[in-house]
Design a protein around this ligand. Structure first.
Ligand SMILES: [Zn+2]
Length: 176
């Protein structure tokens, strides 16, 4: 599980897609190594070592600026985000669980699983389409740039593990 939000030394998340979170054991290790400062802890979550009681960090900041390569990783979540959780065949919006990755050129015809050959599709459109290559999606698949994807992410309602994280995520609207 990922419990601790890791911020860069400029107090912005090191990455948001995926969000830079680490598990608490890792966070405590980095804290002892002097690599991060703890900004916030979980008030009611204390772990014990042999001699110490430690509040589990909820937000940490790296001491040195971390140069994160801002390329956009292909993932199911990021693909749905690029397409705003909209099926690219029927144009309806669906929940994560109701969506699938559609290969525009089907895998059986050599289609790859990447930004340029995949779109978001609801289960029923994907099933109806099958391996019919004549059914075309509404958009031509493309590789999104990091900042456009981050902006889409910021405009969507979502939940984070801790309310206090929102202030670091640069969100300018109320979370649903
Ligand atoms: Zn659909």
């Amino acid at each position: 599980m990922s419990d601790t939000l890791l911020l860069n030394s400029n107090y912005e998340p090191i990455s948001v897609l995926p969000l830079s979170v680490i598990n608490w054991q890792h966070a405590i290790k980095l804290m002892y190594l002097g690599r991060v400062h703890v900004l916030e802890t979980y008030p009611n979550w204390i772990v014990h070592s042999e001699r110490l009681a430690i509040n589990v960090p909820s937000v940490c900041v790296t001491r040195d600026y971390f140069h994160y390569k801002q390329h956009v990783k292909f993932s199911r979540y990021n693909l749905y985000m690029r397409d705003l959780f909209k099926c690219q065949y029927c144009d309806d919006v669906f929940d994560y669980e109701e969506l699938t990755i559609d290969h525009v050129v089907p895998r059986m015809h050599g289609g790859k699983t990447n930004w340029l050959n995949c779109v978001t599709s609801c289960k029923s459109c994907n099933f109806k389409k099958g391996s019919n290559v004549n059914v075309k999606p509404r958009i031509k698949p493309y590789r999104p740039d990091y900042y456009s994807l981050v902006n889409k992410w910021k405009s969507m309602p979502f939940t984070v593990k801790q309310d206090s994280w929102n202030q670091y995520l640069g969100l300018n609207k109320q979370i649903a």
